[in-house]
Design a protein around this ligand. Structure first.
Ligand code: NAP
Length: 243
């Protein structure tokens, strides 16, 4: 919700979507009480009919959507051999297919308008896969690949597609992830501010400000073996290793 609040403060009319209608309504009211413009519609990104209904309702009401933030995500942490297949399927359904369902439903309107920004929320784990989050890391790598390929398809239509890679963030999901010895989780407001900047700057790939994340990306690119070892060491400290 911090992202929606940030855009509302900048004067955008924000459309909040998620499954929990009561929470959406609370957040919409809070944005309006702070002087912002907000509207909400329930949407379950794993359900094609729900996505189509939500997108139809928002286009019916506002005629256009200028910025799409694909943020819905789920994450589980365990050794892959112990991961349930249900959790693996859920991660791919929400993090990858969900992002694609929403994008697929909204893209025709953006193409008609010949403008728009799509910012897909991946993770630093999409570039530096994390043992004990193998399936989640794979979904986030897929988000990076999807972003790059789609950008090549739609940039000629005036649509920018970028990817944002948060590091460990203090949210319900972030609080559940064990990453002992990694940089401390950052406040959600810092991540939200960086996402706003990435949208405004039409960034192709962006992360949170500060030396830790940027050094991390440099390390991943130039010293991949050291990055892999670092992630393995953090995972071993976070969960008892499998023999
Ligand atoms: N927290 C971190 O450390 C971290 C780090 C890197 C990247 N990220 C990424 O950042 C994004 C946001 O994560 P978060 O930390 O804010 O997680 P979170 O606290 O668990 O929130 C997840 C959000 O996704 C929504 N969601 C989940 N399943 C959905 C579905 N089927 N349909 C529609 N909405 C759904 C949830 O709303 P409902 O439950 O109401 O549907 C909720 O708003 C995710 O893509 C995550 O992978 C997080």
């Amino acid at each position: 919700m911090a992202i929606a609040k940030g855009f509302a403060r900048e004067g955008a009319t924000v459309i909040l979507t998620a499954r929990d209608q009561a929470r959406l309504e609370r957040e919409t009211t809070a944005i309006a009480a702070a002087g912002g413009k907000a509207w909400c519609h329930a949407m379950d990104v794993v359900d094609e009919d729900s996505v189509k209904a939500a997108v139809a309702a928002m286009l019916d009401r506002f005629m256009r959507v200028d910025i799409l933030i694909n943020n819905a995500g789920v994450a589980y942490q365990d050794y892959f051999v112990d991961y349930s297949l249900e959790h693996i399927c859920q991660e791919f359904d929400v993090n990858c297919l969900g992002m694609m369902r929403v994008t697929h439903a909204l893209l025709p309107a953006m193409i008609r308008n010949r403008s728009g920004v799509i910012m897909n929320i991946s993770s630093l784990l999409g570039l530096a896969p994390f043992p004990t989050c193998a399936s989640y890391s794979a979904t986030k790598a897929a988000v990076v690949a999807f972003t790059q390929a789609l950008r090549g398809e739609v940039s000629a239509c005036g649509i920018h597609v970028g990817v944002f890679l948060p590091g460990h963030t203090r949210t319900e999901m972030g609080d559940r992830l064990r990453m002992v010895g990694s940089p401390k989780p950052v406040a959600v407001e810092i991540v939200a501010g960086a996402i706003l900047d990435a949208v405004a700057g039409r960034k192709k790939l962006a992360t949170i400000p500060g030396p830790a994340a940027n050094l991390g990306i440099l390390m991943i690119r130039h010293f991949p073996a050291a990055a892999e070892q670092m992630m393995t060491d953090i995972a071993r400290k976070s969960m008892p290793p499998k023999n």
